[in-house]
Every structure is written in C-alpha cells, then in structure tokens.
Design a protein around this ligand. Structure first.
Ligand code: KIV
Length: 290
C-alpha cells in the first residue's frame, strides 16, 4: 500500500477515492450540517456528508422523511462556504429522486451548484435508472444500501438488513447494479459484516460501512455520535470518542454561574469610554416630557 500521494492531495476528488480503493487505503467519512461542524471535520476526514440525518440530529424530527430539498440546499450552502478540502457529498432527501429523471437531475444539479461535489441517494437496482441519468449529466453519485433510513416504513423500523439468503443476495445484486449504473462509491448500512466484506471484495468501487463491520473500504459515522453530542438510544456500531454533550453543558454551566455571581465579564473583557466622556454621560438626563 502506498501513501505517497497523501502530502500532495489538496482536495479529495472522486478519482482519488477510486485510487485509494485500488491501494487498499481506508476512507474516513463523517457528517457536517453547518460551517462549525464542517470546520471541525474537514482537517480530519476524507469525505464530508451533508446527510439528511440533519433531520433527526439537528432539526428534531423522528426520522429523515420530513427533510426537504430546501433544507438540504440550506445546509449544503453553509458547509460549502467553508470551502472544505474533503469531498463534499450531499444527500438527496426523500422524494427528491423518485418522480422523474428531470426532477432528479434538477434537484441533484442544484446541490452541485450550491457547492456539493457529489450526491448520495438511497436504494438498489430500482434506482439504477436515476443514477444513470445523473451520471450522464456529470453528477457523481454515491449509492446507499442496506438499512436505508428513508425506507423505515417498509422495513418496519430501523432493522439490520441482509440476514436471510434472499436479502443477502439481493443486496449483492443491488450493489452490482449500482456500480454498473455509474456510482463511484457505496454506503452499506446496518448489514452483517460478512455481507459487507463480500460486497467490498466483489465491487471495484469503494464501500463505506456504517454498522457493517470492519472489512469495508472506509467507515462513516454521524459526527454528533462520534463526539457524544446525541442523546437517547445509541446503536452498538456507534463509538463515541468524547462525552461532548456533558462537556459542553458543563462549560456552559460554569459561564452561567459566573454571570449570576457577577464574575463575568471582567474589566479585561469589557470596552472602556475615554475618560473625558465619562462626565458627559454622567451629566445626561432624559428630556422632560411636556
Ligand atoms: O444521512 C446520513 O447521515 C447518512 C449516513 C449515516 C450514511 O446517510
């Protein structure tokens, strides 16, 4: 495995990821939804995903279904303004790539015009036609198979996929068709590790796993999960590297306590009037109302 290209890489591109698959070099991908999270993630990862997970992570929805193109456009613009070095992939939300090739191309093209380098869409062979239509318009597409959150109602919940022989073989067939349709990479989510490993071995494009074991070409986790900012049920594939929620809340508590004890702000944290103006403002009184 050669990492000789590492120092020379200024911006991560689709062909670079293909090269890394050939070299066996692992890919790190995380989400960002705004300029702050993009600046945290960009020096660290290879791919930034503006995921439709913004719906449940940041916007308070129970799932990703209510996320609209307007919301995705807004968050992609915020992340793109930071001009990341990482490849910037934007999720196509529910119903934005189902209606017609024209609608799909317009929605995906709009994400690229706002600064995304590529789009990601969920679904298997049934979506291959839409993938082809996008690739024909020079829009790079990342596929997404397995536990696809936009299919929550069909799956009957967020359940591990590909555990029966029919499901496992369908997933491999879907992966193959997405690659043939022109996808440059494939997210595989919530599937047995052996199945993800087999897909990675069969495909020439990189696989990015989430809850899919270690034998993928790369891994993706939601940034807020890695930093321990999310609350509630945590799936077993999520490893939090900090207790961000508690850490940030403790910092905020110290500030609020300082405010209440008048320990914030200090004179050093305040602006001062020139001496000659102090008397001027001390002598001012409100105009008498007549
Ligand atoms: O929306 C998202 O964050 C995703 C990743 C979890 C792959 O699709």
């Amino acid at each position: 495995m050669s990492h000789s290209s590492e120092a020379a890489v200024k911006r991560i591109t689709v062909p670079i990821l293909q090269q890394w698959k050939e070299e066996g070099r692992r890919i790190a991908m995380t989400t960002a939804y705004d300029a702050v999270t993009a600046r945290i993630a960009d020096p660290v990862v290879d791919i930034i995903l503006v995921g439709d997970s913004v719906g449940n992570v940041c916007l308070g929805f129970d799932d990703t279904l209510p996320v609209s193109m307007a919301m995705m456009n807004h968050h992609v613009e915020a992340v793109a303004r930071t001009k990341p070095r990482a490849l910037l992939v934007a999720d196509m939300p529910f119903l934005s790539f189902h209606l017609s090739p024209e609608d799909t191309i317009r929605n995906a093209g709009g994400l690229l015009q706002r600064g995304a380098d590529a789009v990601k869409l969920e679904g298997g062979a049934r979506r291959a036609g839409m993938v082809r239509a996008l690739v024909d318009c020079e829009i790079p597409v990342m596929g997404h198979l397995g536990l696809t959150p936009q299919s929550v109602n069909v799956m009957g919940g967020f359940r591990v996929q590909g555990r029966t022989s029919d499901d496992a073989l369908r997933l491999l067939d879907d992966a193959y068709h997405l690659q043939e349709a022109g996808c440059f990479a494939l997210v595989v989510e919530g599937i047995p590790a052996e199945l993800a490993a087999r897909a990675t071995e069969l495909l020439t494009i990189p696989t990015i796993g989430i809850g899919a074991g270690s034998d993928c070409s790369g891994q993706v986790l939601v940034l807020h999960d890695v930093l321990g900012l999310t609350q509630g049920h945590r799936p077993k594939f999520v490893r939090a590297y900090a207790n961000g929620f508690e850490l940030l809340q403790q910092a905020l508590s110290r500030w609020a306590a300082d405010v209440r004890q008048t320990a914030f702000p200090t004179p050093q944290e305040s602006y001062r009037l020139p001496d000659n103006l102090r008397e001027t403002i001390a002598n001012w009184t409100p105009p008498s109302s007549t």
